[in-house]
Design a protein around this ligand. Structure first.
Ligand SMILES: Cc1cc2nc3c(=O)[nH]c(=O)nc-3n(C[C@H](O)[C@H](O)[C@H](O)COP(=O)(O)O)c2cc1C
Length: 181
């Protein structure tokens, strides 16, 4: 018998872009029958990553890092797992524990290179406890409140991003990903 798959979507968002992406992922996963828990780090103190088949962790790139709320959360969770002896040399992979990373960014100065450090960094907190990183999604988003960064940056005119069409593609991507769990 096929058991219901579970996912945790853990995300931070200051101006709404990452939240839109998180909602699109949620919608795609739920369409595929996955049971989703949806949380910001501020309300996630009690979560255990190991209760989920898939964790989706997302943040905007803020000076090429995740938000402080996300960073503080990931560090404190890692300390908990360290105390439980779950951080082992060689970080052996744990079967059935998967991670999707998503980062929204504007890339006004150096483009995608401004976002990948945030994604790689967040992923390491999960890889250290044995999660399999199945994908990293980097999504352009408007730099709300800064027209120059939204129009004159390396990534061009990013006003209105992520668009409804882009969010639909993200939803479909999440649905496809669910079928691999
Ligand atoms: C203070 C601040 C710093 C930012 N730093 C970066 C950055 O280093 N790289 C980047 O690509 N975008 C940067 N951005 C743009 C955001 O990452 C981007 O607009 C993101 O989609 C915002 O997500 P949110 O609406 O979920 O908060 C920055 C935005 C702010 C307000």
């Amino acid at each position: 018998m096929k058991t219901t798959k579970t996912a945790l979507i853990l995300y931070s968002s200051n101006t709404g872009n990452t939240e839109k992406v998180a909602q699109a992922i949620r919608s795609g996963l739920e369409d595929a029958g996955v049971q989703v828990t949806f949380k910001k780090p501020e309300a996630a103190a009690d979560v255990d990553y190991f209760n989920f088949d898939l964790v989706c962790v997302g943040s905007p790139a803020i000076q090429w890092h995740p938000t402080k709320q996300m960073d503080d959360f990931l560090k404190s969770k890692m300390n908990e797992y360290r105390k439980q002896g779950k951080i082992k040399p060689c970080a052996p992979k744990v079967a059935g524990k998967n991670l999707l990373v998503f980062v929204t960014y504007t890339g006004p100065h150096t483009g995608l290179d401004e976002a990948t450090p945030a994604g790689k960094y967040m992923a390491q907190f999960f890889a250290h406890v044995g999660f399999n990183i199945i994908d990293e999604w980097y999504i352009l988003g408007e730099f709300h409140g800064n027209e120059a960064n939204s129009t004159q940056g390396r990534m061009g005119d990013v006003r209105g991003k992520p668009t409804a069409e882009e969010l639909q593609k993200i939803k479909e991507g999440a649905k496809a990903l669910a079928s691999t769990l």
